[in-house]
Design a protein around this ligand. Structure first.
Ligand SMILES: [Zn+2]
Length: 368
C-alpha cells in the first residue's frame, strides 16, 4: 500500500497579506496574519517529517493546471480577472470573505489546482493507492465565476472533472468534512449526475444561507447532492452517526469509482472558524470509514485535497492521523491534545440526531 503526498514549497509562498477579520475594515481593528497562511501548512509538513511518516509516503510533485483544466469549471472571464489582479500586484478577489491573490499569485493558485489533479492522476494510474494533496490556497468555496472564502480555483472539483473527462471514469463522489459548506463543489456538479456531492458542515456558518438539506441538485443531478448541516457543538458521536446513517449508505448505492475528500480540519475542537468538537482520533475514524468504504466500492481509490483548518496547534495532529489511516503506517507520535476526558462528554444529543435524521430522510427519498 502506497500513499501519495503532494507537497511543493512554492505553494507556501501564496501571499495572503494582512487580515482584518470577518468584519468590514475598521480603524479599530489591528490587521493580523489571516487564518489561511503558510505557517499552518508548514507545521503539518514539519510534523509529518519529524514523525518519520513522510519517508513512508510517495511524495508527488505537481505542475500547474492548464487553461483547459481550469476552464472545465471556471469561466474565461473569471480566469482573466484573476490574471489581471495578479499582474497588477495582487489584492482581494472575493465578494464574500477575504480571498487574496498575491503579486503574480495566479501561478501559485494554478499550481495548487494542478496538485489536486496530479494526486488524481497518480491514483488513477495506479502509481499510488490513495493520495493527499497538501495544497494552498484551498478550493471548495470557489465558484465558476467567483473567488470565495480563501479559495481561488476549485481544486477538488477540477480534479473530479479531470477524472471524468480525461480519466475515463463515469461516477465519482465527494465527501467534504470541512466545517464550512462545500458550496463550490455543489454548484459545479449541481446538474451533473456523474458526481455525488456530500457535505457535512456546521449549519449556516459559511457561506451564509448555504448548505441546507433541501439543496438536492437539479435536472439530471437531482438526488446527487446531499447536505448534512449539523448544529454547532457536534463531536465524534454526531459525525460518526452522520457517516453511518447517511454518508456510507449513499456511497454504497452510488458506487463511485473514485472518492474525493475535500479535507478540512476546521471541525476540530480548537478551531477559531468553527464550533465543532472533533479530535485527531475523530478524524482518524472518519478516514478509516472512508478507506474501508473505498476498498469495497472502488479499489481503495481516494484523493484528499487540503481545505480549511486553522488551529496551528492541533491541525498537524489531525492531518497526521488521517495520513496514518490512508497509508496504514502508524508512527510513534502521541497527540498531546487527546485528553481522556474529551470523549467522555461526547454523546449524540437529541437535536444532533434530529439534524442527521433530516438528511437521512432526503437520502431515502431521493437516493436510495
Ligand atoms: Zn472551512
Amino acid at each position: 500500500m502506497t500513499t501519495g503526498l503532494v507537497w511543493e514549497e512554492r505553494l507556501m509562498w501564496h501571499d495572503t497579506g494582512m487580515y482584518f477579520g470577518p468584519a468590514d475594515i475598521s480603524p479599530w481593528i489591528e490587521p493580523i496574519q489571516p487564518p489561511e497562511n503558510a505557517d499552518g501548512k508548514r507545521r503539518i509538513k514539519n510534523l509529518l517529517d519529524h514523525s518519520g511518516l513522510t519517508k513512508k509516503l510517495s511524495v508527488l510533485s505537481c505542475s500547474p493546471a492548464s487553461t483547459e483544466d481550469v476552464l472545465r469549471v471556471h469561466t474565461t472571464k473569471y480566469l482573466d480577472e484573476v490574471q489581471e489582479l495578479s499582474d497588477k500586484g495582487g489584492g482581494n478577489l472575493g465578494l464574500i470573505g477575504s480571498t487574496q491573490v498575491g503579486n503574480k499569485g495566479i501561478d501559485i493558485a494554478l499550481l495548487a489546482a494542478g496538485g489536486a489533479i496530479s494526486a488524481t492522476k497518480a491514483v488513477l494510474a495506479g502509481k499510488v493507492d490513495n493520495a493527499y494533496a497538501l495544497i494552498r490556497p484551498p478550493g471548495h468555496h470557489a465558484r465558476p465565476n467567483e473567488a470565495m472564502g480563501f479559495c481561488i480555483f476549485a481544486n477538488a472539483a477540477l480534479a473530479g472533472l479531470y477524472s471524468l473527462d480525461m480519466g475515463g471514469l463515469d461516477r465519482i463522489a465527494f465527501v467534504d468534512w470541512d466545517v464550512h459548506h462545500g458550496n463550490g463543489t455543489q454548484e459545479i456538479f449541481w446538474e451533473d449526475p456523474r458526481a455525488l456531492t456530500i457535505s457535512l458542515h456546521q449549519d449556516n456558518c459559511f457561506p451564509p444561507a448555504s448548505g441546507s438539506t433541501n439543496e438536492i441538485g437539479a435536472a439530471k443531478g437531482i438526488g446527487t447532492n446531499l447536505n448534512i448541516p449539523l448544529p454547532p457543538g457536534c463531536g465524534e458521536s454526531a459525525y460518526l452517526a452522520a457517516f453511518d446513517k447517511v454518508v456510507l449508505p449513499a456511497l454504497t448505492v452510488f458506487k463511485p469509482q473514485l472518492i474525493i475528500v475535500p479535507c478540512g480540519f476546521d471541525a476540530g475542537f480548537h478551531d477559531p472558524l468553527g464550533r465543532m468538537m472533533l479530535t485527531s482520533h475523530s478524524f482518524r475514524l472518519l478516514a478509516a470509514r472512508i478507506k474501508a468504504a473505498s476498498q469495497s466500492i472502488c479499489d481503495g481509490k481516494i484523493v484528499m485535497t487540503h481545505e480549511g483548518g486553522y488551529s496551528p496547534h492541533s491541525v498537524p495532529f489531525h492531518c497526521l492521523a488521517v495520513l496514518e489511516e490512508l497509508s496504514g503506517v502508524q508512527t510513534d507520535v502521541i497527540d498531546p491534545y487527546l485528553q481522556p476526558s474529551q470523549n467522555k462528554t461526547d454523546e449524540l444529543l437529541p437535536h444532533q440526531a434530529d439534524a442527521i435524521s433530516r438528511a437521512e430522510d432526503v437520502l431515502k427519498e431521493y437516493v436510495l
